[in-house]
Design a protein. Structure first.
Length: 87
């Protein structure tokens, strides 16, 4: 019985969605973000009006205006005028 309960708990934990940050581009131009997560660096291009999910385990994001922000996951970020507001 204990084994069955443990298997159920492990299965539930593996199916739980990861909490990630959501970034929306409210500008009329494509915005390119530089995302550094776990030592890996990548560029994310956001089309106007697009939303992208990033940073499931936390990261640093460099915005088009050069600002750098830290995200833990779960934040909603809106880019407007090249700068971001975190909600």
């Amino acid at each position: 019985m204990k084994r069955m309960i443990m298997m159920l708990l492990v299965s539930a934990a593996m199916c739980a969605p990861a909490i990630a940050a959501s970034v929306t581009n409210k500008d009329g131009d494509v915005q390119v973000l530089i995302v550094v997560e776990g030592g890996s660096r990548m560029e994310v291009a956001l089309e106007p009006g697009a939303t992208e999910t990033i940073c499931p385990s936390g990261c640093f994001v460099t915005l088009p205006n050069g600002d750098r922000i830290a995200l833990n996951g779960g934040e909603n970020v809106e880019i407007e005028g090249g700068s971001a507001s975190v909600k």
